[in-house]
Design a binder for this molecule. Structure first.
Ligand SMILES: C[S@@+](CC[C@H](N)C(=O)[O-])C[C@H]1O[C@@H](n2cnc3c(N)ncnc32)[C@H](O)[C@@H]1O
Length: 411
C-alpha cells in the first residue's frame, strides 16, 4: 500500500464509497446512503487492513481455513447495498441476519433505528466474538444481538421478522426461514442454482415464495446442517474442473477427461454482446443452466491449460453434457468492444451438444435476452407446482424445490 493511499482518512474514504455506490446505482435511497456514511467499515476489518482496502468496493476476507479457503468475509459494499435496498428496511423493523461479521448488522441497525430489532447469527464462535467486540467499539453493542448459532434454524427467539438477510450461499430454503418470516416479510438470500448464484429477494405467495429481484453474486458457502457442496470432477487435475450442482446429472469423469484430447468442434452463433453488457452474460448463463438436460459448469485455469479450453469463464462456464462428450459456451472478439457467442464441442459426439448450444444461444437472443428474465419460485417439497407450458427447470433440494421458468417460448 503506498503512502498516499494510507493518507486517506476513514471519513473521506466513506464519503467516496457512498458517492461511488450512488453513481453506480447500488444506492438509491437516502437512508441507505446515510447508513453507509455513518458506520465505520474499517473498524470491522482485520487489524492491519488499510483504509483504502476497507473502503474499496470489494470483499474484505476475514477468516481462511489452513488450506486457504475463505470461510468468512465482510461482503462487498455494492452487494450489501443491493441487499439492504431490496429488503426495504424501515424504522422499527425486525431483522434477522444469517452470516455475521458486525458491519452489515450495524448498517441494518442504522436503517431500523432505535425502535428496531437486529439479530445477527453466525456458526463460527470467533466471528461472533470479533463482531461483538467491533459492535461494542462502534456503539452498536446494545442494538445488535450477535449470537453463535447455525442459521439453518433461523433464530426463533426474535421472530417474526420483517426481513431475513442471508449473507452466506445456500442451495435450499429451510422451513425455519419461512416460518420466522412475517406475512409481508422479505427473505433476501443468495441461492445457488446449478452453480449459478443469484441473490434472490423473495416474498410469500400462498404456499411458496416468489423472487421479485435476482442479482448475480458470490458468497462463501453455508456450513452446518445446510452444507451442500457442489460436486467437483477434476478433468485435468485442478486446472480443468467440472462442477455439477444437481442430483439428476452424472458425469463420466474418465470419458470427459479423454474427450479433452479429441479435436475441437467449433460452432459460432450470429449473436454478439458488448463486454460491458453485464446483464447479457448473467442472463445467458442462467438460460443455459435452466435447460432440463444434463448440465455442468467448467472452471479452467487458463494460465495453465493454454489453448486447450477457451471458455467464456465469467464466474462459471455453462457446459452441456452428453455422455462421453460435452460442449461449453465460448466467446471470440467480434469488433473492438463486442464479442460473439459460440460453442466448443469435445469428445466423439461433441458436434451434437455444440450445435444444440449454438441453437440455445439463438433462442435466448430471440426470445429472452430483452425480456424480463426468468420467474424464480421456491416451493416446499411435496407441494403442487403450477402447470406451465413454458420452459421450466426444477431443482429438487432437501427442503424445497426451486423452479426457474422462462416465459415466452423459444425452448
Ligand atoms: C460473507 S460472511 C458474512 C458477512 C457479513 N454479513 C458482513 O457483515 O458483511 C458469511 C458468514 O456466514 C457464516 N456461516 C456459514 N455457515 C453458516 C450457518 N450455517 N449459519 C450461520 N452462519 C454461517 C460464516 O461463518 C461467515 O462468517
Amino acid at each position: 500500500m503506498n503512502e498516499l493511499m494510507e493518507d486517506l482518512s476513514p471519513e473521506t474514504a466513506r464519503q467516496q464509497l457512498v458517492e461511488h455506490l450512488t453513481a453506480k446505482g447500488w444506492i438509491t435511497h437516502p437512508e441507505v446512503a446515510a447508513a453507509f456514511s455513518t458506520v465505520p467499515r474499517h473498524e470491522f476489518a482485520p487489524a492491519g487492513t488499510s483504509v483504502r482496502a476497507a473502503y474499496a468496493d470489494d470483499t474484505v476476507i476475514t477468516v481462511r481455513t489452513p488450506d486457504g479457503a475463505t470461510t468468512s468475509s465482510i461482503s462487498a459494499p455494492w452487494l450489501q447495498a443491493h441487499m439492504l435496498e431490496t429488503a426495504r428496511l424501515r424504522p422499527g423493523g425486525r431483522v434477522l441476519e444469517i452470516g455475521s461479521g458486525g458491519y452489515n448488522a450495524a448498517l441494518i441497525a442504522e436503517l431500523v433505528g432505535p425502535a428496531g430489532t437486529v439479530v445477527s447469527v453466525d456458526i463460527d464462535a470467533q466471528v461472533i466474538a470479533n463482531a461483538q467486540a467491533a459492535l461494542a467499539r462502534t456503539g452498536y453493542g446494545q442494538v445488535v444481538e450477535a449470537i453463535c448459532a447455525d442459521g439453518e434454524n433461523g433464530y426463533p427467539g426474535g421472530g417474526p421478522y420483517d426481513a431475513i438477510l442471508v449473507t452466506v450461499e445456500c442451495s435450499d430454503i429451510p422451513p425455519a426461514w419461512i416460518e420466522q418470516l412475517a406475512p409481508e416479510g422479505l427473505l433476501v438470500a443468495p441461492v445457488r442454482m446449478r452453480a449459478n448464484t443469484r441473490c434472490l429477494t423473495l416474498r410469500r405467495r400462498g404456499d411458496h415464495l416468489v423472487a421479485i429481484a435476482a442479482r448475480q453474486c458470490g458468497f462463501v458457502p453455508m456450513q452446518g446442517a445446510g452444507h451442500d457442496p457442489v460436486r467437483r470432477t477434476p478433468l485435468l487435475g485442478n486446472d480443468i474442473v467440472l462442477t455439477i450442482d444437481d442430483p439428476s446429472t452424472t458425469a463420466d469423469a474418465e470419458a470427459l477427461a479423454a474427450a479433452l484430447h479429441t479435436p475441437r468442434v467449433e460452432v459460432w452463433s450470429p449473436v454478439t454482446a458488448r463486454i460491458d453488457e453485464g446483464g447479457a452474460f448473467e442472463s445467458i448463463h442462467l438460460w443455459l443452466a435452466s435447460q432440463p438436460r444434463p448440465y455442468g459448469a467448467l472452471t479452467v485455469d487458463r494460465s495453465r491449460v493454454g489453448d486447450l479450453l477457451d471458455p467464456d469463464n465469467r464466474f462459471v462456464c455453462p457446459t452441456l453434457l452428453a455422455g462421453d462428450s460435452f460442449a461449453h459456451l465460448t466467446l471470440r472478439r467480434h469488433e473492438q468492444s463486442s464479442y460473439q457467442f459460440g460453442a466448443h464441442g469435445f469428445g466423439p459426439g461433441g458436434a451434437a451438444p455444440a450445435a444444440e448450444l449454438a441453437d440455445l444461444i439463438v433462442a435466448w437472443d430471440q426470445h429472452h435476452r430483452h425480456g424480463s428474465g426468468p420467474g424464480i419460485t421456491v416451493h416446499p417439497v411435496g407441494a403442487p407446482l403450477p402447470a406451465t407450458d413454458d420452459l421450466q427447470l426444477l431443482l429438487p433440494r432437501r427442503h424445497s424445490q426451486v423452479a426457474i421458468t422462462w416465459p415466452g417460448g423459444g425452448r
